[in-house]
Design a binder for this molecule. Sequence first.
Ligand code: 9MR
Length: 483
Amino acid sequence: MSSSSAGAFSTRTRLILIMGVTAALAAVSPIAGLSTARAADPTLHQLAAAKGKYFGSATDNPELTDTAYTAILGSEFGQITPGNSMKWDTTEPTRNTFAFTKGDAVVSLAKSHNQIVRAHTLVWHNQLPSWVSSLPTTEVQAAMENHITQVATHYAGQVYAWDVVNEPFNEDGTFRTSVFYNAMGSGYIATALRAARAADPTAKLYINDYNTDGTGAKADAMYNLASSLKAQGVPLDGIGFQGHLAIQYGFPTNMQANLQRFADLGLDVAITELDVRMILPRDATKDATQSTYYTNVVNACLAVNRCVGITIWDYTDKYSWVPSVFSGQGAALPWDENLAKKPAYTAIFKALGGIVSTSSPSPSGPSPSTPAPPTGCKVVYSASPWTEGTGVGGFTANITVTNTSATPVSGWTLRFSLPSGQTLTQSGWNATYAVSGQAVTATNLSYNATIPANGSTSFGFNGRWSGSYSSPAAFTLNNVTCS
Ligand code: 9MR
């Protein structure tokens, strides 16, 4: 993991960072005789995390009652974006009356799965209630600032990033004449970013657009805007490249180089809404072309250090926006309408470094259900802290978990909180680690997924401490409290 992309997650935002470079790479190599078929496949997010990136999906409230859908959403991805529920028409349908229930539901789902949230979007010409469009010009700035302040304050500390401004450009690179542009000129963008920073000092602030993925007039316009905002010291952290691609239009020109030039301005870049549509019906040739597009996007992001991650615009064709907007087109996502994995999934899996064995990845449906909890467990946490100055030092922690129940545990997650002042500094061994604030989640690798009845497994990591050293006080194994 590169230090700068790790920094993208850990310093200001204190959100999830999968620390499993070594661990996740071990998980992708099936070990003969030890790997446990499909249960051992790393998720797309685990693979991405091993490269210092996240892999995420958009989702939407109506789909959250589909339990087969949420099972994959919750397990395969490390990041989610609400497709609609944080937009202006949902969050402030009438002036100064705010509604956060739907957005809160997505944030809470993310929390329960240790996922980060890309929040979308504060200022956009679309899905804008009519009261905004019909405001007198003189009132637009105050309404925009109030909207940003209220919404970003509500979600402050809970979201990794905000698409502060969405789709500011026309195809030829001129500014779109939205109600905001008409009232404030292009300065509305800087004003919006400043208001967002004031409301949420920790979220990464983005401008997001489509058809800017490859070089061209629109991408040049975004580049000029980004350079100028950076030069003025406007709080801009990243540029989102939506990535709504179509196989009949060709792959964007020089995508990697395009991302890199934004990164070279000192910005993060992210693929925020990736999908690759085709003219229906789907066939093997089109699937193969689509797979190449997904591979190319993953490769471009992997090649750019400051590309922090990739989000697909929902993961299944069942819930894609494409067919309703582009008549006769669709099949844009890596999972089909029945939640079965398509060749595009395998392409992404491989591009992220996954190794396809004969038993995996299966092109079938959802992954196995979550492991059953043990009825009893015991944890021995032994650490050897050392001191490197007054009140600071490092430590190595070794953890042994014993399954004290009469049945084996098949697949495990150990959760605990590091005492304040402590951090993980190394990817650890014999487990994959996810860190969110002080909360640590250690998950089995393929070769140690099973803890036999009355058997044990051991794993560990290195860390830093400050203040005075103490060990974590409590542990749960598959959500059962251990002694
Ligand atoms: O996925 C969203 C879909 O459900 C909405 O009907 C649509 C309406 O504007 O917006 C879709 O999401 C868009 C995103 O917010 C911005 N970039 C383009 C996305 C696809 O239209």
